[in-house]
Design a protein around this ligand. Structure first.
Ligand SMILES: *[C@@H]1O[C@H](CO)[C@@H](O)[C@H](O)[C@H]1NC(C)=O
Ligand SMILES: *[C@@H]1O[C@H](CO)[C@@H](O)[C@H](O)[C@H]1NC(C)=O
Ligand SMILES: *[C@@H]1O[C@H](CO)[C@@H](O)[C@H](O)[C@H]1NC(C)=O
Length: 738
């Protein structure tokens, strides 16, 4: 409602809220007692809201005015009524709370007066009965309001009549029943009535009971004198008491049962059930037909009555506060449970809502209002009720009417689009209801075709003449407003020199070009990707470098190209109006990779035939293979003689010759192409050449070989670590020495 600027420049917004009850009045029973001097009651009522709510009260639907001097006074929302008067003040009260948002009305609270007058009659004629007969002594309570309890004095106070199977006092009527009179019953009986609210107690005139001397009454069947109504409505959760008592000779026994055969629930104390059946905390399942059975040796009699369940309404769906633009429509739903089924009515600002106009409809708890106007603003209440009570819920309806306003949402002052591109110019004024939007370019009104439903303007396939000053004009019944912005059409960016697929050799350096033409007024940004990964210049071991010196060139250089630099290179160019990219593949040629799967196929005393598989050719075909061998005696790897002498790039087998018999050999293969010789393959498994079959000539060298080998093994075992180190440094560079 108000906005206050504090010195710290903190904006404090006092939230404005509609009234909501925090306390509602409850019903009051006022005991009328002549001794009480200060006869007054207070109905409480309290509501929250901002601005703070004010209050009014109604009695029986009519406003009451607490003027000075009247016996009403208001303090906050509470209503105090002094000098209470039974005739003037009894009735139904409701509190109304209101602020600038509207009025809400509280639930109904009744004021009743509890009182009891004295018995009018002073004398009662005597009742004479035969011994064995049943008798009813009437109490006939005086005029009163408030619940009563009854007891009877037998002869003199404080001798009260005790209830048993033979004697019963109805708490409904106050009457005393004696099923079968005995001589000891003769005496004076006085009904004592207590008002449970006022706590006053009055005594009736005594009724003398006398015995007739004309004989004794014989036996007869039970005659039910006290019975409960055919239908009793019992509120959920309340306690119900049913009375049943019969006269008869012999004294009848009283029993209870349910007609549907269901046994009594445990909460019903059946032992207590003589003349009264009490069901505490009544629930739906306790509803049904109950029967009282009075029985003696002469016969039996029954009465039946139905207990029906009822529940006051309970809201399960309530209307919620809403804010709607003018001319819009509103639907509010209200749902309540209850038995019988609740009916609904609606109130607006404390008054019953009559659907005088066709646009306001009320049906089955649903309120709908079409074409909202400012006069619909207010507090609405749904009241769900059945004959056992009413519940109220409230909700606020705000209807907003605002002339078009661009102050929060001006058009973008500059919008750019590339030639041939699409652009959306957004127009988002505040207005309620949403009226019409039109667009102008310069002074010319634009066709509606390009205006979208939400008021935005779409320009497709922009051309240079589309550039200019655009104005969005918003209009509703409360006014017109406009906002303008410039559209600039820019030349698109075009890549003139794209990178193309390149074929290079390891170790070379190349430039990948990326040159563009673009709108000179726009800034360019180049980014490069290698296999979709952003290239961070300066990283990657310094291989990549930006060399595009001029403004519209994004060229890069790759120095000392390695095999791993082969792949896809993408140049991406971005301006404020567009972004394009182009990719090229880089092929890197190098010496072949190592052959694989070296296998000794066959071995004799001086030859071994080998096979292998080709390794990668790195984009240049293998021209030749060379084979190397190693024995425990040789100084590292040494070239060997093969057949054929030159192993061509196409062949994958060769035979090594001139080997020594009975020696362990390992072989490896190296591939060469036009660029060079690649890494050697992994060594083959060790294979031993056969002994020579020509005894005498070749045997000696092989014995010598065996001897030398012994020395070598001895050396290896003594210097294992040194050898391992030496071997890992490279077989060729540091041969073993001994
Ligand atoms: C209010 O209405 C009740 C019930 O109709 C009635 O008994 C009572 O007298 C009325 N009170 C006043 C002040 O009119
Ligand atoms: C009953 O009351 C009458 C009159 O008060 C009195 O004469 C009579 O003795 C009383 N009877 C008994 C049994 O107390
Ligand atoms: C865009 O405009 C140009 C020039 O007016 C025209 O040749 C082209 O067909 C248009 N493209 C589209 C998709 O409308």
């Amino acid at each position: 409602c108000s906005v206050q600027w504090k010195w710290l420049k903190i904006v404090r917004v006092m939230l404005c809220t509609s009234p909501v009850f925090t306390k509602q009045p409850g019903s009051i029973v006022f005991p009328v007692d002549s001794q009480e001097k200060n006869r007054e009651v207070v109905f409480s009522c309290e509501a929250q809201g901002s601005p703070s709510p004010l209050y009014r009260w109604k009695l029986n639907g009519t406003a009451i005015t607490p003027k000075s001097g009247s016996h009403y006074s208001l303090s906050g929302g509470n209503l105090r009524i002094s000098h209470l008067d039974k005739d003037q003040d009894a009735g139904t009260y409701q509190c109304l709370a209101f602020n600038s948002f509207g009025t809400i009305v509280s639930r109904e609270a009744s004021l009743t007066f509890a009182y009891m007058e004295n018995f009018k009659t002073h004398r009662r004629s005597s009742v004479s009965v035969r011994e064995g007969q049943g008798v009813v002594l009437l109490c006939g309570p005086p005029s009163h309001s408030g619940d009563l309890t009854f007891s009877w004095i037998f002869n003199e106070y404080p001798s009260f009549v005790k209830q048993d199977t033979r004697r019963f006092i109805s708490q409904e009527t106050g009457n005393l029943y004696i099923a079968k009179v005995e001589p000891s019953d003769v005496g004076n009986y006085t009904c004592v009535v207590t008002n449970t609210v006022t706590k006053t107690r009055v005594q009736g005139p005594p009724t003398p009971l006398v015995l007739r001397s004309d004989g004794i009454m014989g036996e007869y069947e039970p005659k039910i004198e006290v019975q409960f109504p055919e239908i009793v409505h019992v509120a959920k959760g309340s306690t119900v008491k049913l009375e049943c008592f019969a006269l008869g000779n012999p004294v009848p026994s009283i029993n209870w049962r349910r007609m549907d055969g269901i046994p009594f629930s445990r909460k019903v104390d059946v032992r207590k059930a003589s003349g009264v059946l009490e069901i505490p905390y009544f629930q739906q399942e306790d509803a049904g037909t109950y029967e009282c059975v009075a029985e003696n040796s002469r016969g039996r009699n029954t009465v039946k009555g139905k207990l029906s369940f009822y529940a006051p309404p309970h809201l399960i769906e309530k209307p919620q506060d809403v804010q709607k633009p003018i001319d819009d429509s509103l639907v509010w739903e209200c749902k309540a449970t209850g038995k019988p089924k609740p009916s609904y009515r609606w109130m607006k600002n404390g008054e019953n809502l009559e659907s005088l106009e066709e646009r306001i409809q009320v049906a089955n708890g649903v309120l709908s209002i079409s074409r909202l106007t400012l006069s619909d603003i207010g507090m609405y209440q749904c009241v769900a009720g059945n004959k056992h009570g009413e519940v109220y819920s409230n909700a606020e309806l705000k209807v907003i009417a605002v002339a078009p306003d661009f102050s929060q949402n001006q058009l973008r002052s500059h919008t750019m689009v590339k030639e041939g591109g699409d652009v959306l110019m957004e127009c988002r004024p505040k207005m309620s209801p949403w009226g019409g939007i039109s667009w102008r370019k310069g002074s010319e009104t634009l066709q509606e075709i390009s205006i979208l439903d939400n008021g935005n303007l779409r320009i497709q396939n922009a051309t240079k003449p589309d550039a200019g000053l655009y104005t969005c004009v918003a209009r509703n019944q409360f006014g017109v407003a406009s906002s303008s912005g410039t559209l600039m059409v820019k030349e698109p960016t075009i890549i003139t020199t794209p990178p193309s697929t390149l074929d290079v050799t390891v170790g070379e350096s190349i430039v990948l070009p990326c040159q563009v033409t673009h709108d000179p007024s726009l800034e360019l940004k180049f980014t490069w990707f290698f296999n979709e990964q952003l290239i961070h210049f300066g990283n990657h071991g310094g291989y990549f470098e930006k060399v595009g010196g001029q403004h519209s060139a994004g060229d890069i250089m790759i120095r000392n190209i390695q095999l791993r630099h082969a792949g896809k290179y993408t140049c991406a160019v971005q301006t404020k109006v567009d972004s394009i990219s182009i990719a090229a593949d880089l092929v890197v040629r190098g010496p072949p990779g190592p052959p694989t799967s070296i296998h000794v196929e066959e071995i004799s005393d001086t030859t071994a035939s080998l096979s292998w598989r080709p390794g990668p050719d790195n984009h240049s075909p293998v021209t030749t293979y060379t084979i190397q061998a190693r024995t425990p005696f040789s100084l590292g790897w040494q070239a060997v003689t093969t057949v054929p002498e030159v192993v061509e790039g196409r062949s994958l087998t060769a035979t090594v010759i001139d080997l020594s018999p009975w020696v362990e050999y390992e072989f490896r293969v190296l591939a060469s192409n036009a660029i060079g010789t690649g890494e050697p393959s992994k060594p083959s498994k060790q294979a031993r050449t056969k002994e020579t079959c020509m005894y005498g000539i070749h045997r000696i060298p092989s014995i010598l070989h065996a001897f030398t080998r012994l020395i070598v093994w001895h050396f290896i075992f003594k210097n294992r670590e040194a050898i391992t180190a030496a071997v890992s440094l490279g077989e060729r560079k540091m041969p073993l020495r001994f």
